[in-house]
Design a protein around this ligand. Structure first.
Ligand SMILES: *Cc1c(COP(=O)(O)O)cnc(C)c1O
Length: 481
């Protein structure tokens, strides 16, 4: 929700009040230098005690509501047949209109089961864009991921409202090339995480649905950020300007054969969910659930989180809930662009993103500009973002780096956690860093896991650039800042 001020400005305004808080602290720059060095310049390896603002991810870090917390107190821990599972079922039917559902321990568990059931060696899996865990699971099953977006999806400075759209012509090409039997399904991701949280439009989704129906190919939607995508449809797609978030969510789900989500995002809990209208898909999922997740009525989740997910599913259709993080992100992106920082535009659904190749044009992709930017920003602000670039890609079979389409430093804005002042602070420190960008240098791996290396890999700063950057920062702000 936005409030219009007397001078014409619009600001995001919180439609909730804060009644429980968690303290944070700003560790001085010397401590931050030591912490990032010890973390191998990988922001995943920093500890909470060394952070001021944790903008690594919106995963599991959104603020829960009082009603969600209250629901956790009445959860049913029965191993089998727990009532919490059935309450979740009512919410899935009411919000998604799907009869069949299974809880899973988180989003990637759903991707694992999808890969197990649908993806066979030699298959193609077309999608609007991949997500790291999605690609890992589908490729480990022998599939090939095709990202068939429109060219503009990769232009970081743009006014295209729907950079998350899938290109239907390229889908038809793939169907011709592979044949229906070698396409596992088409996957649409609500607000494409890796290219700036960009939404798809309902018009595009319906076109994808039409083509898939013609060729009898299932449509799978990754709904992790469906309420944010629905809100951006409401704002940007004229035909839905007067639709409620709940109606838009329902219309999105109606286009799918199967949907899954990481409950850690839109529903503000720790868990995952798969839902479908087709009994045959449910039967296949059900068979694998006890092997990988748990009995069907808890699926690896705690019963408390299942209760809270049921409430979270309903709450995410509330306009004030769905709009809360996109509105703050828009404010954050405006704060950045007005200071000349190359932020991804238009603003998207889960984070503010900075184009590291534009921010640090002197750092080649082989030295990981997005990783450098995330580490440097932490050093000068205490705010922790995440690398979404080449470090987030694994090497090819010959051991060469696979250069990412984009090098982004992602600054997640978890729902109902941070304020406008926090956003201004980060934009200001980014502006300082931009002015001193020549001091930022490259990174190289010295510890590198073979799969999803971005989580736990460690790198070193070339030519000791971090010390020089810290010295310049101290000269302007003092040791205590
Ligand atoms: C977070 C996320 C996942 C993976 O979910 P986890 O709960 O982290 O396992 C998959 N897809 C998208 C779009 C996500 O944002």
């Amino acid at each position: 929700m936005k409030a219009k001020l007397t001078d014409g400005r619009e600001i995001p305004i919180e439609m909730h009040k804060v009644r429980v808080i968690q303290r944070t602290q700003l560790p001085p720059v010397g401590q931050r230098l030591q912490a990032i060095e010890e973390a191998g310049y990988n922001t995943f390896l920093l500890r909470s005690r060394d952070l001021f603002l944790d903008m690594l991810t919106d995963s599991g870090t959104n603020a829960m509501s009082d009603n969600q917390l209250a629901s956790m107190m009445v959860s049913d821990d029965a191993y089998a047949g727990g009532e919490s599972y059935y309450k979740l079922g009512e919410a899935v039917r009411d919000v998604f209109g799907c009869e069949y559902y299974v809880p899973v321990h988180q989003g990637r568990a759903a991707e694992h089961l999808l890969a197990k059931i649908f993806v066979k060696p030699g298959h193609a899996v077309p999608m609007n864009y991949h997500f790291t865990t999605t690609k890992a699971h589908f490729e480990m099953a022998g599939g090939k991921v095709y990202e068939i977006y429109f060219e503009e999806a990769l232009q970081t400075s743009s006014s295209n409202p729907f950079k998350g759209n899938l290109n239907p012509d390229r889908l038809l090409d793939l169907i011709r090339e592979y044949g229906r039997d070698k396409i596992s399904f088409v996957r649409m991701e609500a607000t494409t995480n890796l290219i700036g949280g960009q939404p798809f439009s309902l018009a595009n989704l319906k076109e994808v649905r039409r083509i898939c129906s013609q060729h009898d190919i299932p449509v799978v939607i990754d709904c992790s950020l469906i309420s944010e995508n629905a809100y951006l449809i409401n704002r940007r797609e004229a035909a839905y300007a007067n639709s409620s978030i709940g109606d838009i969510v329902r219309e999105i789900i109606d286009q799918a054969d199967l949907v899954y989500l990481s409950g850690r995002k839109s529903t503000c809990v720790r868990g995952g969910l798969m839902a479908t209208r087709h009994k045959e898909y449910f039967d296949q999922l059900k068979a694998w659930l006890p092997v990988y997740e748990g009995f069907i009525t808890y699926g690896g989740m705690s019963s408390k989180e299942i209760e809270a997910m049921a409430v979270g599913l309903r709450e995410m259709t509330d306009y004030n809930v769905a709009s809360s993080s996109p509105d703050l992100i828009e404010y954050f992106v405006d704060q950045m662009t007005s200071r000349g920082i190359p932020a991804v535009t238009p603003p998207g659904g889960l984070a503010g993103h900075v184009d590291a190749m534009k921010f640090l044009p002197h750092i080649p992709q082989s030295q990981y500009p997005a990783g450098c930017l995330a580490a440097a920003l932490y050093l000068v602000s205490g705010a922790r973002g995440m690398e979404r670039g080449t470090i987030s890609m694994d090497r090819d079979a010959e051991g060469r780096d696979v250069f990412s389409d984009l090098e982004l430093c992602r600054l997640a804005v978890p729902r109902r956690v941070y304020s406008c002042a926090h956003m201004e602070y980060v934009a200001d420190r980014l502006a300082w860093l931009h002015k001193h960008r020549d001091l930022v240098g490259g990174l190289e791996f010295y510890e590198e896991p073979p799969v999803l290396r971005f989580f736990t890999g460690r790198l070193r700063a070339l030519n000791n650039w971090s010390r020089k950057l810290a010295d310049a920062f101290i000269a302007d702000f003092g040791e205590g800042a």
